[in-house]
Design a protein around this ligand. Sequence first.
Ligand code: G3H
Ligand code: 13P
Ligand code: ZN
Length: 309
Amino acid sequence: MPLVTSTDMFKKAYEGSYAVGAFNVNNMEIIQGIVEAAQEEKAPLILQVSAGARKYAKPVYLKKLVEAAVEETDLPIVLHLDHGESYEICKACVDDGFTSVMIDGSKLPFEDNIALTKKVVDYAHDRGVVVEAELGKLAGIEDNVKVSDREATFTDPDQAVEFVERTGIDSLAIAIGTSHGAYKFKGDPMLDFERLERITGMLPGFPLVLHGASTVLPEFVDLCNKYGGNIPGAKGVPEEMLKRASKQGICKINIDTDLRLALTAAVRKFLSENPSEFDPRKYLGPARDAIRMMVQHKIRNVLGCSGKI
Ligand code: G3H
Ligand code: 13P
Ligand code: ZN
């Protein structure tokens, strides 16, 4: 099966009250680990490439690796640009054969975000590519930021409706309290489910996206720290909250940090236990296995998309 867009995937996910995992890829082992897990679980899959990943691996490498995954499996796979910040990068990815792009104008004023997003939608839709955009800002934990100030950056439901109508986007990333990276909450994790319900109620059937959705699994943080790492106080989104979100209109759940932690924990452990080893295959193999197991767990136990191909 060739690369697909997320249109059907999201329709089925919305109707079935589950979410599709969107995993960030940077190299071969990460792609293989994720794809093996999805294949095992017979799950639809979104592989996403950030601008940083594209720069790190050079554009053609990740595209070809994803094509290899498509050739090897019969899975529906979306190749998606994560956080495209300009029209130019979105255009380049559309031209390169991505089936989905994100234009992230969330830092811009509302009208400018609309204008930029609309320009990308016009280009992408003419070529059969779908577009995700973002409204609201994903705030991280910062000292002295009051809860009310943090909430002021969350997605406004009325604006969300206007944004979707005026841009013609295919999915919308919203801010309800998640953030990128390993430090999402200082105290108890809190997501604004009431806001999510209002947005879903005003945009029935429309696919919403949750960024910053890593759980920061303690088992990997602990392993990293046990074998020479120093990642104190890391805290992510509890899996129960992700399950709840996936039943409330969130059709795409973005995970990168959990992949990074799984990989790093496996490499740290292996090299600590085998200090004289220097064959990269010896430590990247276990890292790939760790990714496969983590992704399989997410697909089966959290996202609910096992068997949904
Ligand atoms: O949301 C950001 C993703 O985790 C990608 O991160 O820009 O460092 O590749 P990156
Ligand atoms: P995490 O940092 O929580 O994994 O979020 C990843 C993400 O949103 C990629 O766009
Ligand atoms: Zn993101």
